[in-house]
Write a protein that binds this ligand. Structure first.
Ligand code: ADP
Length: 338
C-alpha cells in the first residue's frame, strides 16, 4: 500500500488528423499499473487499444496528457531519453514480427547486438532465453519452419533479451488456436512469476483476461469504461461495455428470447446444484438453464449461469429474492441484446 505505481497513465488523449477528418482515439485515459501485475486492457475493435499501447511508450505521441514510468514523465523527454525508456519495455505482437531470414538464435541476438553485447555473450543469453520459452532444440531453425505458437515463443524470448521491466503484448494470442493460446498465456504467467516482469495484455477476448490477468481495464470508444480486479469485473460488470465483454466470454447467451433472464455468478465458495435444486423445491417453479460454465480466475473457480425465469412475474420475483437471500449474485438481463 502507498507505493507509487510503476506506470501512471494520466489524462492521455490522442487524436488523428487527416485531410478533412479528425478521429478521437483516446479521450482522457487515467490508469495506474503496479509493478509485477499482469494487467489486461480489453475492448471491442476500434475502442482505442492499439493506440493506447503505442502511446504507453510514446511510439505514438499523445495529443494530451502523459505517461509516467518509474517517476519519469515521458512527455518531458527527448528522443534519446525515450529510446532509453523503450529499452525497458519489450513488445510482442499478433504477427510475431520475426526476421524471416535470420535463425531463431539470431532473431534473439538481434536486440543484444544493437545494445552492444558481444556475439559470444549474446549466444549465451539466447540459450538461456530459449530454455525459458521451451525451444532449446530450435535455435538453428528459421521462423518459416515453426508453428505460430513457436514463433510467438521466439518473439517472447527476443522481447525479454535485454531484461525489460515491462512486457507489452498487443493481441499476442489473437492469431493462435485456443490450445496454443493457453500454452502461450501459461508461459507469460510463468515468466511473470520467475522474472517479476510487469505484463500488459491488450486483447479483445475476455477469456484471455480471465485466464491470466490480475487486473483489467475496459476501454470503450476511447474512454476508460471500468477498471478493477478480474474477479470484480467478471462477477459484477457495471458498464454496458463490460457486460458485453463478460457475457460474450461465454457462448449461446445471445440466443436468449424476450422472457426475463438473469445471470447468476458463484464465486467458488458455493456451487450451483444445491442452490438451484432448493430454489426449484422452495419456489415450486421451473427455470430454463440457457447457459452455464465454470471458469478458473486466478486459481478460484467461478461459475456463471443464465436462467430464463417463468412468465409469472410474482413467481420470477420470488426466484430472484430466493437467490439473493442465498447470497448469489443475480443480474437482470432483461434489456440485454446479444
Ligand atoms: P483498437 O486497437 O481497439 O481496435 P485502435 O487504437 O486501432 O483501436 O483505433 C481507435 C480509433 O482510432 C479507430 O477509430 C481507428 O480508426 C482510429 N485510428 C487508429 N489509428 C489511426 C491512424 N493512424 N490514423 C487515423 N485514425 C486512426
Amino acid at each position: 500500500m502507498g507505493t507509487t505505481p510503476l506506470i501512471q497513465i494520466k489524462n492521455l488523449k490522442k487524436q488523428y488528423f487527416s485531410q478533412n477528418n479528425r478521429v478521437t482515439a483516446l479521450s482522457g485515459i487515467n490508469l495506474d499499473i503496479n509493478k509485477g501485475d499482469i494487467f489486461g486492457i480489453i475492448g471491442m475493435s476500434g475502442a482505442g487499444k492499439s493506440t493506447l499501447v503505442r502511446c504507453i511508450n510514446f511510439l505514438e505521441k499523445p495529443t494530451g496528457g502523459t505517461v509516467i514510468i518509474k517517476d519519469s514523465d515521458l512527455s518531458l523527454m527527448n528522443e534519446k531519453e525515450l529510446r532509453c525508456v523503450r529499452r525497458e519495455i519489450g513488445m510482442i505482437f499478433q504477427q510475431f514480427n520475426l526476421l524471416m531470414q535470420r535463425s531463431v538464435e539470431d532473431n534473439i541476438c538481434f536486440p543484444l547486438e544493437i545494445s552492444g553485447m558481444s556475439k559470444k555473450e549474446g549466444r549465451k543469453r539466447a540459450a538461456e532465453l530459449l530454455e525459458l520459452v521451451g525451444l532449446s532444440d530450435k535455435k538453428k531453425s528459421y521462423p518459416s519452419q515453426l508453428s505460430g505458437g513457436q514463433k510467438q515463443r521466439v518473439a517472447i524470448a527476443r522481447a525479454l533479451a535485454t531484461n525489460p521491466e515491462i512486457l507489452l503484448c498487443d493481441e499476442a494470442t489473437s492469431a493462435l488456436d485456443p490450445t496454443t493460446t493457453r500454452s502461450i498465456l501459461a508461459l507469460l504467467k510463468d515468466i511473470n512469476k520467475k522474472l517479476g516482469i510487469t505484463i500488459i495484455i491488450i486483447t479483445h477476448e475476455m477469456t484471455v483476461v480471465e485466464e491470466i490477468c490480475d487486473r483489467v481495464a475496459i476501454i470503450d470508444k476511447g474512454t476508460l469504461a471500468e477498471t478493477g480486479t478480474v474477479e470484480e469485473v467478471f462477477s459484477k460488470p457495471k458498464t454496458d461495455a463490460a457486460k458485453k465483454l463478460v457475457y460474450h466470454s461465454g457462448s449461446a447467451i445471445s440466443e436468449m428470447t424476450g422472457r426475463r433472464c438473469v445471470r447468476i455468478v458463484f464465486d467458488g465458495k458455493s456451487s450451483f446444484e444445491p442452490v438451484i435444486a432448493n430454489m426449484v423445491l422452495e419456489c415450486r417453479a421451473q427455470v430454463n438453464i440457457l447457459f452455464a460454465d465454470t471458469k478458473d480466475i486466478n486459481g478460484k473457480a467461478f461459475g456463471q449461469m443464465v436462467l430464463q425465469l417463468p412468465e409469472d412475474e410474482m413467481l420470477s420475483d420470488k426466484i430472484v429474492h430466493y437467490l439473493e437471500s442465498k447470497n448469489v449474485n443475480v443480474e437482470e438481463l432483461v434489456d440485454y441484446v446479444g
